[in-house]
Design a protein. Structure first.
Length: 276
């Protein structure tokens, strides 16, 4: 393999490494900043459950190291959760140069909206789903049974719900992408609406705890978000067609390969930054 084919690959790998290091650094800084408040953060997370716990009851820690490890684990997840916009920005900066101009103009709004929808799904779980689910669970405990939830299992439970609702709220983005790439059409998706509703309740059954309340609270938003995605997919298709007609510029046509001297200078610059 010649140097002309190897050097661009090396350059992109170095760039990918640098962006991954920046992501790790940002997540680490946020984690260190939040670590002194780890116990307070866990108290806030357990608030929806504690509000419905019986009087004179509390959560318990079964494992010896759980009082330290569980808040630590929560802080790490929260640091990653807060850093998601920066992570996606680094991903976008790495991928965007390889896209057509009209693809960049349409992909960026999808990236921003997917981030906002994930946060919205997590907020919906915390402020709407948690109070209803925990009120149901604690209210149905048999007489003589003390409700004392282990903090480790509680954290696993709420993280599962956060991920489930965050992922479920990405349905509009997925719907737009299906129509945008030509894998489906607006008319075809509307015709499959009954199957989508059934699939939404199946997803709610698989991703949430085995109770009707949380399943319904996930299935109904998924269906409504699907309808929103179908509606907005028409706008994205129109924008794609307009931009495709007005822009025929290809990344390959605008790309100017680096000379050997320029590549050596770039590698020297990256090595000096690493040393400093």
């Amino acid at each position: 393999m010649s140097d002309e084919t190897e050097q661009p690959l090396i350059y992109h790998l170095i760039e990918l490494r640098d962006r991954l290091l920046r992501v790790v650094l940002v997540v680490g800084v946020v984690f260190i900043a939040l670590l002194p408040f780890s116990n307070t953060l866990f108290s806030l997370l357990s608030g929806p459950l504690m509000a419905h716990m019986p009087d004179n009851s509390s959560m318990i820690a079964i494992e010896v190291a759980s009082p330290f490890l569980i808040p630590f684990k929560l802080t790490l997840f929260l640091a990653l959760f807060i850093s998601i916009p920066y992570v996606l920005y680094q991903l976008w900066s790495f991928v965007a140069p390889g896209l057509y101009k009209h693809e960049r103009r349409l992909a960026f709004p999808l990236l921003v909206s997917s981030t906002a929808l994930f946060y919205a799904g997590a907020a919906f779980a915390y402020f709407v789903v948690f109070p209803l689910v925990f009120a149901f669970f604690t209210g149905t405990a048999p007489e003589g049974v003390a409700v004392m939830t282990d903090i480790s299992r509680y954290l696993d439970f709420v993280l599962t719900l956060f991920f489930a609702f965050g992922a479920a709220f990405e349905v509009p983005v997925l719907t737009v992408l299906l129509v945008w790439t030509g894998m489906a059409t607006q008319e075809g998706l509307r015709a499959k609406r009954p199957y989508i509703i059934v699939a939404a309740f199946v997803i709610g059954m698989l991703l949430t705890p085995p109770d009707v309340i949380s399943q319904t609270l996930l299935a109904v938003p998924v269906w409504l978000l699907f309808e929103m995605g179908v509606y907005f997919s028409g706008w994205f298709i129109k924008q794609r067609d307009d931009l495709s007609d007005n822009s025929a510029e290809s990344p390959a046509a605008s790309y100017k390969p680096m000379s050997d001297a320029e590549m050596d200078a770039e590698l020297d610059r990256i090595e000096k930054e690493d040393k400093t």
